[in-house]
Design a protein around this ligand. Structure first.
Ligand code: PMT
Length: 399
């Protein structure tokens, strides 16, 4: 295999020659591309000697045969590994910036597998912007060799140490798992997700709601985005937050607002997963002030039916759109779920039984049965909502 080793400016750059030697020992051809900052930590002579090839570092190197010689490396290499990858190169990649030989080469390599071995101080690694960039790069198919825990050059210890060259080597040799960016399984797919509860106002201080936290729906949005899908997340009231450039969030309060948002977004989506716990009824009248106590005879609240978002999308679904609903049941679960699948014209229904311990509202775990139109079903064990979300997305959308 022909491997390009990119090196950026961090102390872990001293391990790059070791990685190059391991690659050569296994019979791979190697060419190195280093940033100017990397060459403060490791010398040109060392990298050229261990790779037995010329080093690329300058966009306008007079020694190059032509001005785009560094870009033509994209045709030479079967893959690129950047080790160490600093927060700076990660940020440039996530933003599509090319301002030196390595970053421009990376921009041109989206049809080849790209691996990054991040290395930085723990607080830099945990910085939300860095984590957002890493999540985004993962979602478009970049393979991240996770940094490890341990002592760092700055004298502190924590997560941020670059993985050892042997571990990076092991991950390079299991390369079939690393996809070229354009092969993310859900690239070019736009998916609508509904999440959380709805609140139906009684007056200016009271509402009818339910115990949904939004955790299941947010986990679905994150699983979809991590596989490259653009997500339209329509969320009822929740304290959850999400930071992913592929997730566009619309906040709503009531079932009718959720209906408006979902029906507007659905025509431009290839799939929809409706996990929200939508109130079936709302008070017929809403007071714009706080209602006074009515006395001992009590008070009567007249409820009227809300529109059914899932059934409406089912009636408007066109060829090529996949519609997935949830069913929250307490008895006769399978029959009720199958009935909803038929009646609402769904492709799949995800059954949540409130009889299962650790499943349903509020908790971090779930256990579901996914039923398809053919009648075939897939039962999960009790898993984290993140894992359940991945099973649902893979089973229903990754064909
Ligand atoms: O948010 P969490 O705390 O993580 O909890 C997750 C969950 C338990 C809410 C979730 O896993 C779940 O089961 N969601 C579906 C809840 C529900 O309302 O089920 P249902 O059987 O009443 O509704 C069937 C389907 O129709 C659902 O896809 C629902 O979103 C949809 N629906 C219902 C009524 C309505 N007016 N419009 C709808 O679109």
């Amino acid at each position: 295999m022909k491997v390009i080793v990119g090196i950026t400016g961090g102390i872990a750059a001293y391990k790059a020659p070791l990685l190059v030697r391991l690659l050569r020992k296994e019979g791979h051809e190697v060419k190195c591309v280093a940033t100017d900052h990397a060459l403060q930590f490791v010398t040109r002579l060392t990298l050229e000697t261990v790779s037995d090839n010329k080093l690329y570092s300058d966009l306008f190197d007079r020694g190059n045969n032509h001005s785009t010689e560094h870009i033509s490396l994209k045709d030479w290499g079967d893959m690129i590994i950047v080790a160490p990858a600093t927060a700076n190169i990660i940020g440039k990649m996530a933003s599509g910036i090319g301002d030196d030989a390595l970053s421009t080469l990376l921009l041109s390599m989206s049809r080849k597998p790209i691996m990054l071995a991040p290395a930085m101080n723990t607080q830099m690694w945990e910085c939300p912007a860095v984590q957002r960039n890493i999540e985004y790069l993962r979602s478009v198919g970049v393979h991240i060799v996770s940094p490890t825990d341990g002592e760092l050059a700055c004298g502190t210890s924590g997560t941020g140490r670059m993985a050892e060259p042997e571990e990076i080597m092991r991950q390079i040799t299991s390369l079939p798992d690393a996809r070229p960016i354009h092969e993310s399984p859900l690239n070019n797919m736009r998916v609508l997700v509904t999440a959380g509860p709805t609140y139906e106002r009684i007056d200016s201080v009271r509402f009818i709601g339910n115990y949904s936290s939004g955790k299941m729906g947010f986990a679905l949005a994150e699983a979809l985005a991590s596989m490259g899908a653009t997500v339209e997340l329509v969320s009822g009231p929740t304290s959850l937050s999400v930071h992913h450039p592929l997730i566009h969030r619309t906040d709503v309060e009531s079932a009718r607002q959720m209906f408006d948002a979902a029906t507007t977004l659905f025509p431009d989506c290839q799939a929809a997963i409706l996990s929200a716990a939508v109130a079936d009824y709302r008070p017929e009248q809403t007071a714009d002030h706080k209602l006074k106590k009515q006395g001992e005879e009590g008070m009567t609240l007249k409820l009227v039916q809300n529109p059914d978002i899932l059934a409406t999308l089912g009636s408007r679904k066109v060829e090529g759109q996949t519609l997935i609903g949830f069913a929250l049941e307490t008895d006769n679960e399978l029959d009720n779920a199958r009935h909803k699948l038929e009646k609402k014209n769904l492709d799949y229904i995800v059954l949540n039984s409130l009889r299962d311990k650790g499943a349903g509202f509020g908790v971090d775990t779930n256990r579901v049965t996914i039923i398809g139109r053919s009648g075939a079903s897939l039962e999960t064990p009790l898993l984290s909502k993140k894992e359940v979300a991945e099973v649902i997305v893979r089973h229903c959308l990754c064909h």
